[in-house]
Design a protein around this ligand. Structure first.
Ligand code: GLN
Length: 485
């Protein structure tokens, strides 16, 4: 079964001549064509382009030409990342017909290593949400239970990997959008240190929070993809001037100090808490030393995030004015109407809510009370994390307060925002963090464990997650849809 193999296995079988790139691509395209009508992960599928690239790779292999590290690995891309000439809809009516004029740096890096781009995935409009229900284009279903959302905002990428429509997908994470859907879909999701992966060509939401990262079946694939994506980029002024990480897997956790903010986790309900505790036990069995840390300041993380992220979003989305990109209202008769009506028609409710909130917290009368104060609290959180990382090597928390929820379960936006309580602080502090599968609820819904490291210690986080995942001794479990040929 080609589709159950992980990226590194596919790559090896391709190099060894056991599978051609064409076999691989055809197998995944067939699965998307057969099953994605049930899942709704993809907005676009690159049938022809993927096959052409596969044939080119088969030719190269036959001629003994040099092949990249990701040769023959199909990868799906969240639809807020530019691929030249293809649509970048941001899952918004505003951009339904917008084609990217250039490649994002991550696309350039993947293609330089001979990855095969297979399609673009659904998400919450402009990456605002935690369930993919805010997509203006289609619904995405959780492969583990079709009554549930896949999480969000990068729900399409997570669902695509979980359903084995591709071994790897990229997403973006501003407040949890890679880690939370990974937890909901039972796969590995990684948010790098802020600045580790170039944001050039990612449609900006909260520029000081956004990071691109991978969804994979296993931690070995996370390491493989991060070695390719974690590069300095001249076109992103926030890109870290560092060489790419060498990630050593199969490391031991013996003596690693892992901090757990027990007090901050008090409100966690019973079942997620029990699963979290069993994850902590597994870390102990691996030799890690668990210590109690104080992160009570994170109580303010949501309030802080929803000021800073909306402020940045309102500024970033000002460029969608009806003139430069996408939607222009046909009803507009004056310039003001072009601005007003294009936004009115093009943006969904959540996007409008964030623009209004962001504009408000940045307005002259309220900037000091809200925006500047939030920036100060953010600084305190960064400092607290710095102190905490003097006591321990890593921090462990749940990824979200529970497993996947049903469609429509969180109608009140504030309730939806609470989903992000454990993921948001990580973006505020610019830290690297991973969601790694940590068991199932009684309803057979997966749940992840979050491991967090100090800034720039991406390799440490991935290595620890690798040790944790391998300790279960099991290969990743599959939802039923992924077991079907
Ligand atoms: N759920 C959070 C929000 O809606 C995070 C989204 C994200 O990480 N893109 O802002």
């Amino acid at each position: 079964m080609i589709h159950t193999l992980s990226a590194h296995q596919l790559h090896q079988k391709f190099l060894g001549g056991e599978l051609s790139a064409k076999d691989i691509v055809q197998a995944f395209l067939k699965r998307i064509d057969t099953y994605d009508n049930q899942i709704g992960a993809f907005l676009t599928v690159f049938h022809e382009k993927a096959l052409t690239k596969a044939e080119e790779l088969d030719r190269k292999l036959k001629n003994g030409e040099k092949l990249g590290k990701l040769a023959a690995i199909p990868i799906a891309i969240k639809d807020n990342i530019h691929i030249k000439g293809e649509f970048t809809t941001c899952a918004s009516k505003f951009l339904t017909n917008y084609r990217a004029p250039f490649d994002a740096t991550v696309i350039h890096l993947l293609e330089a290593e001979d990855a095969i781009l297979i399609g673009k995935t659904n998400h919450d409009e402009f990456a605002m949400g935690s369930s993919t229900e805010n997509s203006a284009l289609q619904k995405t279903y959780n492969p583990w239970n079709l009554k549930c959302t896949p999480g969000g905002s990068s729900g399409g990428s997570a669902a695509a990997v979980a359903a084995r429509f591709c071994p790897v997908a990229l997403g973006s994470d501003t407040g949890g959008s890679i880690r939370q859907p990974s937890s909901f879909c039972g796969i590995v999701g990684y948010k790098p240190t802020y600045g580790r992966v170039s944001r050039f060509g990612l449609v900006a939401f909260g520029s000081s929070l956004d990071q691109i990262g991978p969804f994979t079946h296993d931690t070995q694939d996370t390491a493989l993809i991060m070695e390719v994506l974690g590069q300095h980029c001249d076109r992103d002024s926030t890109s870290l001037p560092l060489p790419s990480d060498k990630i050593e897997l199969n490391a031991s956790l013996q003596g690693t100090k892992i901090g757990v903010p027990w007090q901050f986790l008090e409100k966690l309900s019973e079942e997620p808490k029990a699963l979290f505790n069993s994850g902590i036990e597994r870390l102990k069995e691996l030799g890690a030393q668990i210590i109690d840390i104080d992160l009570s300041i994170l109580e303010y993380a949501n309030a802080t995030y929803y000021i800073i992220a909306t402020a940045e979003a309102s500024t970033n989305l000002a460029r969608f004015d009806g003139i430069r990109y996408g939607q222009r209202s046909q009803k507009a008769k004056t310039l003001d109407e072009v601005y007003d009506l294009s936004k009115e028609e093009g943006f969904g409710t959540e996007v409008k809510r964030r623009i209004l909130l962001g504009t408000y917290v940045l307005s002259a009368g309220y900037q000091n009370a809200y925006y500047k104060k939030a920036q100060r609290v953010r600084r305190l959180m960064v400092e607290r994390f710095t102190e905490v990382f003097q006591e321990c090597d890593l921090v462990a928390t749940p990824v979200s307060p529970g497993a996947a929820f049903e469609f429509g379960a969180k109608k009140d936006p504030l309730q939806m925002y609470l989903e992000d309580i454990y993921t948001i602080p990580i973006n505020l502090a610019g830290l690297p963090a991973i969601s790694v599968p940590n068991g199932f609820t009684k309803e057979k819904l997966p749940i992840g464990l979050q491991l967090i490291g100090p800034q720039k210690c991406d390799a440490r986080v991935i290595a620890a997650a690798d040790a944790f995942a391998k300790a279960s001794g099991q290969s990743p479990q599959l939802p039923e849809i992924a077991t079907q040929e």
